[in-house]
Design a protein around this ligand. Structure first.
Ligand code: BYC
Length: 465
């Protein structure tokens, strides 16, 4: 573990001078990007942050005050497995790839670039949020998520520089050039071009969009390209906290709303009505479903055949790692009607992964509904049907209601203000977003967390302002 190198790492970077030089050249560009596009207004403040210092499951992180530009972004891979094998696809059982196989080079680079692109994109989307934080606890969590997304970018850039030569270096440079929401040079995936400019958006994003990250990274964590697998395994360790922020954040909003419902009109009392929370869920869940790609995808079949990207928990959940003989039954739209179709399983793997994701999201909804029940509210939140409001795949270009019934575009237009956040909803939520910077205080629209971070109380000075 070379923690005190200019680029902390556990990949013996100092022994590979060429790679070290290339990454040290990228570092100042990264810092320029961070200063320009990272959290605005807090770069010089001390933030009580977790920094990765090891990859072991115990004690892998160190907590202390750090100014964000001084954060030790580093390159950490899980240790290699002796005799690692390709775990699925046409090369199942052969030795894992330690170098990029020529025939899969483009596919692999594309996967790594797509993954890498999401990381800085999310930092860009969230860069204004610090100014309206509901508490110092939340402010610190936002910055924790941001610096770790920065580290995840480092993880992908290490792979591009280390394994793809010149075009990898070019791709790494472009990762710092695209900008979330910029029409001329947008981020690759659409959810990462959507504004995330209030804290309800942030919690929904970290609940639903970061959770896509969990499933994509899990599928890549068993990749036959071992450096990618080992990189993603460690990224997943950090990712868990990001989903925790979203899941508990929305749970706390639900709790406060239910408390205010007992006192009177939630709006008059300065809370966020449940209908608005539901609309934000509908928005971010549907955009996040798009991130899994088309229901029927030859890319997913190719990635699987090559042994690059598997299913969720491929090793533990499945016995047949070839997936050549099975079909998958899915619903599609044909001649204006919903029909079922049999698809070779390998072509349906985006949908298989999406199904796992939906099950996981449902558990989050159950947790929030439990909060509502605890506070005595009879209303319940729910997930819209996966066909609702889709922009990628079989259902893009068709319109559905929240239950997944095919409806006319006119009906969708007429009713969409019931289902998705309107301008007024967004303005209302924004109108509540006043910063609370005092230690131990919290905004009126959200309940405090059940506990602080790492044994510290809620009223700890998580950020020194
Ligand atoms: N937006 O065969 P198809 C995270 C394109 S999140 C725009 O259906 P495929 C994080 C696609 O590129 C996890 N375009 O899909 C979370 C293709 O274009 P071409 C990120 C899209 O390729 C929060 C065409 O449509 N990781 O870590 O099987 C904070 C047909 O594609 C979209 C990954 O995504 C879209 N949503 O699957 C921070 C993993 N979807 O070739 C971080 C790496 C598809 O026709 N990526 N298209 O020009 C992949 O594995 C795959 O690229 C995808 C798409 C799953 C994204």
């Amino acid at each position: 573990m070379n923690l005190y190198d200019r680029i902390p790492n556990n990949v013996n970077l100092s022994e590979d001078k060429k790679l070290q030089r290339a990454l040290e050249k990228w570092l100042p560009n990264y810092l320029d990007w961070w200063r320009e596009m990272g959290p605005e207004g807090f770069q010089e403040k001390d933030v009580w942050l977790r920094t990765a210092v090891d990859v072991g499951s115990e004690g892998w992180a160190h907590f202390d005050y750090v100014k964000m530009p001084d954060y030790r972004w580093g390159i950490f891979l899980e240790p290699p497995q002796p005799d690692a094998k390709v775990g699925f696809g046409d090369n199942y059982g052969r030795p894992a790839y330690q170098e990029v196989p020529g025939e899969f080079r483009n596919a692999l680079r594309r996967i790594i670039v797509t993954q890498g692109d999401t990381e800085p994109a999310s930092v860009e989307q969230q860069r204004q949020l610090g100014k309206t934080c509901p508490s110092l606890y939340d402010l610190r969590n936002l910055f924790q998520v941001n610096v770790e997304e920065g580290r995840h970018l480092w993880a992908m850039v290490y792979l591009l520089h280390g394994y793809f030569g010149r075009d990898g270096r070019d791709e790494a440079a472009e990762l710092l050039e695209r900008r979330s929401g910029n029409p001329d040079k947008p981020r690759i995936l659409e959810a990462f071009n959507q504004p995330c400019d209030d804290w309800l958006n942030f919690f929904a994003f970290t609940m639903f969009t970061d959770r896509d990250g969990k499933y994509q990274l899990s599928a890549l964590a068993e990749s036959g390209f071992e450096p990618l697998a080992r990189t993603c395994q460690f990224m997943l360790t950090e990712e868990a906290h990001h989903m925790f922020v979203g899941d508990t954040g929305l749970g706390r909003v639900c709790r406060r709303t239910a408390q205010l419902m007992k006192e009177g009109d939630v709006r008059e009392l300065g809370g966020i009505p449940l209908e608005i929370i539901q609309k934000y869920i509908n928005f971010w869940f549907s955009y996040s479903l798009d991130l899994f790609g088309g229901e029927i995808s030859s890319n997913s079949a190719d990635f699987f055949a090559a042994g690059l990207k598997g299913r969720y928990k491929e090793r533990d959940q499945y016995t047949d790692h070839l997936a050549t003989n099975e079909n998958f039954t899915m619903t599609i739209v044909e001649d204006g009607e919903l029909k079922t179709r049999e698809v070779p399983l390998r072509n349906a793997l985006n949908e298989v992964l999406r199904g796992e994701y939906v099950k996981d999201c449902e558990k989050g909804l159950a947790r929030w509904n439990k909060v509502l029940a605890e506070e005595g509210a009879s209303e319940r939140l729910y997930l819209p049907h996966p066909r609702f409001h889709r922009h990628v795949g079989e259902f893009a270009g068709h319109t559905f209601d929240l239950k997944g019934n095919l409806i006319s575009p006119e009906e969708f237009e007429r009713r969409k203000s019931e289902w998705l956040p309107t301008m007024e909803d967004r303005e209302y939520v924004r109108s509540l977003m006043h910063p609370v910077f005092e230690v131990g205080k919290i905004a009126n629209w959200i309940a405090p967390p059940a506990a602080g971070i790492k044994g510290k109380p809620f009223d700890y000075e998580y950020v020194r302002l």
